[in-house]
Each structure stands twice: as C-alpha cells, then as structure tokens.
Design a protein around this ligand. Structure first.
Ligand code: SF4
Length: 115
C-alpha cells in the first residue's frame, strides 16, 4: 500500500510518499526524521487528538470544551466520543482539569475555564 501524505508536525508541511514493503515503511519527501516517524505511524498505527464538549450540570446552557491529553488510536475515536457524551461536570472547571481518567491510554482534559 502506498499513500501520499502531508506532514503536519511543523509548518513546512512536507509532501511525502509512504509505502508499506516487506522491509518496513519506506518514506520519501520528508525533510527530517520527524516526518518519517509521522508517516510510519500514519501507515501502521494512526492516532488523533479528539476534541469535544461536555455539559456543565450546574450552569444552564453551558458546555466546557475538552480534548484528549495525547492522541489516541484512530479506531477508538467513536468509543471515546460516546464516553465523552455520557459525562457531565460541575463548575468551576479549570483548563487542564481531568474530566475522564484512563481513556485509551490517556485522559480527557478541559481546554476552557468555566467559573
Ligand atoms: S518532515 Fe520535518 S521539516 Fe518536513 S514538515 Fe515534517 S517535521 Fe517539518
């Protein structure tokens, strides 16, 4: 399998080609090692940062924005969204507060203050 990718690690945005071969993932077009690592991960175990919102139970019509602290495996995104949808928090909430612990190897944290 061969794919064209744009590296998102830095603003340079190198256009890369990655191919899975018998000897591993061959990457070309990257200007540095980080691009090779990104392309290899995209070809073998892609991860994404999930962002969403959580209801604040003691504030009318108020939501707090949240995200995964680290990217999670792409195949778990829908499960993560269901777990996020199922929770609510009570204000006050501070940026960085853990909203859900231990979710697919990371946690869900608040990205906004709610007083
Ligand atoms: S390959 Fe390196 S230089 Fe190119 S976009 Fe990725 S991180 Fe930046």
């Amino acid at each position: 399998m061969k794919r064209d990718l744009v590296c998102i690690i830095c603003p340079r945005g190198c256009r890369m080609t990655a191919e899975i071969t018998d000897s591993g993932v061959l990457v070309s077009g990257n200007a540095c090692k980080r691009g090779e690592e990104y392309a290899t991960a995209e070809m073998t175990a892609p991860k994404r940062t999930v962002t969403s919102i959580v209801r604040v139970s003691n504030r009318v019509d108020t939501m707090v924005s949240v995200k995964t602290k680290e990217p999670i495996p792409k195949e778990h995104i829908f499960d993560a969204m269901e777990k996020i949808r199922a929770v609510s928090v009570e204000a006050p909430v501070r940026i960085g507060d853990v909203i859900i612990e231990n979710l697919f190897g990371t946690c869900i944290i608040a990205t906004k203050d709610v007083k």
